[in-house]
Design a protein around this ligand. Structure first.
Ligand code: DGY
Length: 327
């Protein structure tokens, strides 16, 4: 029997061709939401799902009784009910590693752009306001030699820290559930409590995954602990930060500036004050968004689903306990 796949978003013809060689593929190029009747019907017969950015609920899983595996085209899996998938024996595969360096580049882009006011000053030139040599009013802050506080030191956090320590001579502090002795040796990084990190860092960069424990991890109290000169960068998930508290901290001068790739609600509403603030660099969740990396992520997802539906261990498996090797 040919297995059936439901696919949506971030897939190009070569990826779809690979899937079509093995499966019957129902592809939704511009899926608006999970309520699409054709999508629901396809789910009813699907053995696999490949896609990203759609919230998968237990109710949606009820509509997919034959589902064996999901391959998300993302490293983050906060859109999936992992325990529920495991309980149902459905494998969840993601795309770590292939996006680490690109996402870290985005993190450092935000560090640099916020510190040197790159977006604000590019607008100044574009408006024709550059009529004489710039003065103190256009000065930014140094990055090199400063203290970089990493909240989370997983793959992406480590890659940001490496850029800071090795490229910019920064001192790295980190808070992380477990110590990272190898990174401490490689980068001279020091592990400390979150409050100490917030108080000591010139740049505070968030890279933790979104979980119930990290939701609103950074709020009013935490912004209050940061230096008034601190630059805050978030490349993790918007909900890790209490956005109202962030807006307040920027408005009241409790922190100096922010570089943000992620927001509590995405796409960010044009009503939000954040993109209108001169001291905020706001990007539309471009962490992994390069041609090369998005292709690599899609390919990883295709490889994961091919393996999973063939009864072989996928390359990147989120819910290990759902995996039952044949025999
Ligand atoms: C991810 O893969 O989780 C990144 O946020 C890019 O979408």
């Amino acid at each position: 029997m040919t297995k059936r796949i439901v696919a949506y978003s971030r897939l190009k013809p070569p990826h779809l061709d690979q899937l079509r060689q093995r499966f019957h593929v129902d592809y939704f190029e511009a899926l608006e939401g999970a309520d699409d009747p054709a999508f629901r019907e396809a789910l009813g017969q699907a053995h696999g799902i490949v896609g990203s950015s759609l919230l998968i609920t237990p109710e949606l899983l009820d509509a997919a009784p034959h589902l064996e595996a999901i391959a998300t085209i993302s490293v983050g899996y906060d859109n999936y009910p992992v325990d529920e998938l495991t309980r149902r024996g459905i494998l969840l595969c993601n795309t770590p590693d292939v996006l680490t360096e690109t996402t870290a580049d985005t993190g450092f882009l935000l560090v640099m752009a916020a510190a040197r006011r790159a977006v604000e000053l590019a607008e100044y030139v574009k408006r024709g306001d550059w009529r004489e040599s710039i003065g103190e009013a256009q000065f930014g802050s140094d990055v090199h030699g400063k203290t970089l506080g990493m909240i989370g030191l997983g793959r992406i956090g480590a890659a940001v820290a490496r850029r800071g320590a090795l490229g910019f001579g920064m001192q790295v502090l980190y808070s992380n559930a477990s110590p990272k002795p190898e990174l401490e040796r490689e980068l001279g990084a020091n592990r400390c409590e979150l409050d100490e990190l917030l108080a000591q860092s010139d740049f505070v960069c968030v890279t933790v995954p979104l979980t119930p424990e990290t939701t609103h991890l950074i709020g009013r109290r935490e912004f209050g602990l940061m230096k008034r000169s601190a630059i805050f960068v978030n490349i993790a998930r918007g909900k890790v930060v209490d956005e109202a508290a962030l807006i307040g901290a920027l408005e009241n001068g409790e922190i100096h500036a922010a570089g943000l790739d992620v927001f509590e609600q995405e796409p960010l509403s044009p009503e939000s004050p954040l993109p209108h603030m001169a001291n905020v660099v706001a990007l539309p969740h471009i962490g992994s968004a390069t041609h090369e990396t998005r292709d690599a992520m899609a390919q990883r997802a295709v490889d994961n689903i091919l393996l999973a539906l063939d009864g072989r261990r996928p390359i990147s498996l989120v819910n290990e306990t759902a995996w039952q090797p044949a025999g």
